[in-house]
Design a protein around this ligand. Structure first.
Ligand SMILES: Cc1ncc(COP(=O)(O)O)c(C=O)c1O
Length: 408
């Protein structure tokens, strides 16, 4: 991969600083920032009016939403709900969908998820909904389908599960999980926040009902998106004003104005990936958007595997270090979000020493508190997390290893 081209698209990377807290928030594409200012400076009017500038602004936003729809391979733009954050969208979903549920109905959450896809469901206890916990195998920290099967009943309404853990980096087999969940007559709601920056999201291929992720971790602005299957969104009550009807999808889930300039800026992300495809596969002819995205993300996953390998090797060979998650760089099994603990040093101690070398990594529970508690890592002050993305270079990873050798 032409790493120089990639890095040149992110102005923040020109600084002498190594960004390896990307699962916290990625750097923003120049194209995204330019579109935000372009929209605000030239098209910032209220939508829905009959005058020309308003009509033009509406067309721009419709185009951006259509592109997001293609980006995740949703069936129609109405399936794309915009919101300020993944946490908020999941709250909106749990509020709306639970109106259809009765006392004694059940939801299943995991102990490996970020709390964003847990609390909105566990809080439904107040409405008489029974909450069950799908716990990872304590040895492997993997979620096992056989355990899910034991929890599913006729009363299960929904299973909330993450696509990739923001601590372990492990990828859950969502397609398979969705099949099991659907067979039991329930719905699946996937948190794709830790997965989206690394791999192609194809909601139709995954056959999921709801899928949420945040653009600020996917090279864009502080905005999030929720995919919802059209018929499910259509059936549900929304949370908008009383005069919004059932058919007003997605507006009934977007009270107030959704953020116009940030939504418009998402075009900068799809354009970037299209350009990256063009650069990396110059001989490819007449390739459609879906194939381009599949190919470009496969390419990215290979780069990510290549740069995480030396770090995983170093960490697994160190006698005092334990990787929390799979000790493999295999792109089929994990994303490059790599966590570890040390036998005697606390996680904050390591990170604060690394700070002096102008490398941004991070320690903590990353709001996956249940996982940290169940894995007995609270007294370590959580894990040390190094989270890479495709703009990180092999040289940066080598430098991090050099730094870790100095501080540990
Ligand atoms: C896996 C995961 N899910 C959900 C969230 C919450 O995202 P947001 O900040 O958009 O609410 C985060 C944020 O760190 C996350 O890492």
């Amino acid at each position: 991969m032409d790493i120089e081209y990639v890095r040149s698209q992110f102005p923040a990377l020109e600084r002498e600083f190594t960004f390896m807290d990307n699962a916290g928030g990625s750097q923003t594409l120049r194209k995204v920032a330019e579109r935000i200012s372009g929209y605000l400076l030239h098209h910032n009017v209220q939508l829905g009016a009959s005058y020309k500038v308003s009509r033009e602004a509406g067309e721009k936003l419709n185009y951006a939403t259509k592109k997001v729809c293609e980006y995740i391979n949703a069936a129609r733009p109405e399936e794309v709900v915009m919101g300020p954050s993944s946490s908020m969208l999941l709250r909106i979903l749990s509020t709306c969908i639970s109106k259809q549920w009765k006392e004694g109905d059940e939801v299943i959450v995991t102990n490996t998820d970020h709390e964003a896809n847990v609390s909105p469901w566990t809080d439904l206890k107040n409405k008489g909904i029974n909450v069950k916990l799908w716990k990872a195998n304590p040895e492997s920290l993997e979620l096992e389908l056989s355990d899910l099967n034991k929890l599913l009943t006729k009363r299960t309404k929904l299973v909330a599960v993450t696509h990739a853990s923001n601590i372990l980096g492990s990828i859950n087999p969502i397609k398979e999980i969705a099949k099991t969940v659907h067979k039991a007559g329930a719905l699946i709601c996937v948190d794709g926040v830790a997965y989206a920056p690394h791999r192609r999201i194809d909601v139709r291929k995954l056959d999921v009902d709801f899928y949420v992720f945040s653009w600020y971790k996917t090279f864009g602005p502080h905005l999030a998106v929720m995919y919802g299957r059209y018929n499910l969104l259509h059936q549900m009550d929304g949370i908008n004003h009383y005069f919004f009807k059932k058919k007003d999808v997605p507006y009934k889930f977007q009270p107030g104005n959704f953020n116009f300039e940030l939504t418009y800026s998402l075009l900068g992300i799809t354009e970037y990936f299209e350009q990256l495809f063009k650069n990396e596969f110059p001989k490819a002819k007449k390739v459609g958007f879906q194939d381009k995205m599949n190919k470009v993300f496969e390419h990215i996953s290979k780069h990510e595997e290549r740069i995480s390998k030396p770090l995983i090797n170093y960490l697994s060979e160190h006698p005092d270090i334990q990787i929390i998650g799979k000790a493999t760089a295999d792109r089929k099994k994990r994303v490059p979000t790599i966590s570890f603990v040390h036998s005697t040093m606390k996680s904050d101690e390591i990170v604060e020493r690394v700070d002096d070398y102008r490398v941004g990594i991070r320690f903590g529970d990353f709001y996956a508190k249940k996982l940290i508690e169940d894995a007995g890592l609270k007294e370590k002050n959580g894990v040390v997390r190094v989270s890479l993305v495709h703009y990180n270079s092999l040289d940066e990873v080598k430098r991090l290893i050099w730094v870790l050798k100095k501080v540990i």
